[in-house]
Design a protein around this ligand. Structure first.
Ligand code: 5GP
Ligand code: ZN
Length: 143
């Protein structure tokens, strides 16, 4: 438990929340300021700052819960679609520094949008980026 973390306080029951799911490793509750009603947050009970800090077994439990929750959220709200979203780091828009996966139900013509202008690779740049990432992955595997 991190002292000043709002989501740790929710886990500890110090701040109320509309819980929808809980197990040994995972908690899910409704976002207090939803993009659409039913917008759900899935979090690890262990305080982790972001995606890459979540232990593998906890991440597996989160994803398994998220899969079931996505279906339940769609059925409960009548949404035909949903977004899974995880902001990691302040620059990426993460406001609460306790990892959380958003499940956002989506409706035809709702005002929610995660689209941004897209870039184009010039020349060989796409292969160069792929090679750089592959090289980093190989180094991580060797560690
Ligand atoms: P982020 O921008 O960090 O990806 O998303 C944080 C989310 O947590 C926001 O959508 C915000 O509405 C939600 N949130 C922040 N504080 C609370 C809270 O005290 N209770 C609940 N249920 N949600 C919160
Ligand atoms: Zn926390």
């Amino acid at each position: 438990m991190e002292k000043n973390c709002v989501f740790c306080k929710i886990i500890a029951g110090e701040i109320p929340s509309a819980k929808v799911y809980e197990d040994e490793k995972v908690l899910a509750f409704l976002d207090i300021a939803p993009f659409n009603f039913g917008h759900t947050l899935v979090i690890p009970k262990e305080h982790c700052h972001c995606f890459t800090a979540i232990p593998a077994d906890t991440l597996a439990a989160m994803m398994s819960a998220a899969q079931r929750l996505a279906i339940a959220v769609m059925r409960a709200t009548g949404a035909p679609a949903y977004n899974l979203l995880m902001n990691n780091g302040q620059v990426a828009g993460q406001e609460v520094p306790h990892a959380h996966l958003h499940i956002i139900p989506r409706f035809v013509d709702d005002p929610v949008s995660f689209r941004a202008p897209q870039k184009h690779y010039e020349g060989n740049a796409i292969a160069e980026f792929a090679a750089k990432i592959q090289e980093r992955l190989a180094r991580q595997s060797a560690q």
